[in-house]
Design a protein. Structure first.
Length: 262
């Protein structure tokens, strides 16, 4: 499971304050602790901290690059901020994200090719988030066709079937699970699959329990990437154990310790 740490985001008070005061300390602390706790990449999102999305994105990336060289995910809906972020990251960049309508794909896929970046494509188009499985499949297949049209290797494509808060859309988690399975079955080679896990439990009681239970179910259905809080030890232990039970790692009595000692 490729875990992308979600914690460098201007929606969090410490990172918002750091962006506004240009204090690298909290940003670098979050970067190091996420990598240490098992994140393979870090999501970088300015959030609501400032209106200068482009400048703040570059500042965040430069601050993080001072303490780690792991891949970075440039998370923004602003095209100019995305371009600036990709330039600042250099190699091993992930674009997060593009919508799955043709107009957005024709803008963002060439940018991904230019920077040799992986790209997260959301199962959302001009009609919004599909309420059913079929809508998600249609968008995913369109994205894969467009990727081939733009001569982008499918290994660079990451499909996000979009998880909605369970307290307002209780049928959607089951739809997402089936969408993950069917997208895998319908495409060969198949793209990577990712979810933004914390969206599931927004304003819910027991969010950590909800998150780790659903993530385990997603892994069983073919999810191979997640944007989540890697510093949540119980969540990471769930990831490790789920992959063990899926026969993706070799069992030993100290399998948790072996993972965290890597």
């Amino acid at each position: 499971m490729y875990v992308i740490g979600e914690r460098i985001n201007g929606m969090y008070t410490d990172i918002k304050s750091a962006i506004q005061t240009k204090d690298k300390g909290p940003v670098q602390h979050r970067a190091k602790e996420q990598e240490k706790s098992g994140a393979y990449a870090l999501d970088i999102n300015v959030g609501p901290a400032t209106t200068d999305k482009e400048g703040a994105m570059v500042w965040l990336i430069e601050a993080v690059r001072e303490v780690t060289n792991i891949p970075l995910s440039v998370d923004t809906a602003k095209y100019e901020a995305m371009k600036a972020g990709l330039k600042a990251v250099g190699k091993s960049a992930i674009m997060n994200s593009a919508k799955g309508d043709e107009k957005s794909l024709d803008i963002y896929l060439p940018l991904a090719r230019e920077h040799d970046a992986s790209i997260i494509i959301l199962c959302i188009d001009e009609k919004g988030v599909p309420s059913n499985i079929e809508g998600r499949l249609e968008i995913a297949m369109r994205a894969l066709a467009k990727a081939m049209e733009h001569e982008i290797d499918i290994s660079k494509i990451i499909i996000d079937p979009i998880i909605l808060p369970v307290n307002v859309a209780q049928a959607q988690p089951a739809n997402v699970l089936q969408a993950i399975r069917e997208i895998r079955q319908l495409s060969d080679p198949s793209p990577h699959m990712v979810i933004g896990l914390s969206n599931l439990s927004q304003k819910c009681s027991n969010p950590k329990l909800i998150n780790r239970t659903f993530l385990s179910m997603c892994i069983g259905n073919g999810l191979d990437m997640v944007i989540a809080d890697s510093t949540d030890r119980e969540l990471m232990e769930t990831v490790i154990t789920s992959e063990l039970l899926m026969n993706k790692t070799i069992y030993c009595d100290s399998f948790l310790e072996a993972y965290f000692s890597k």
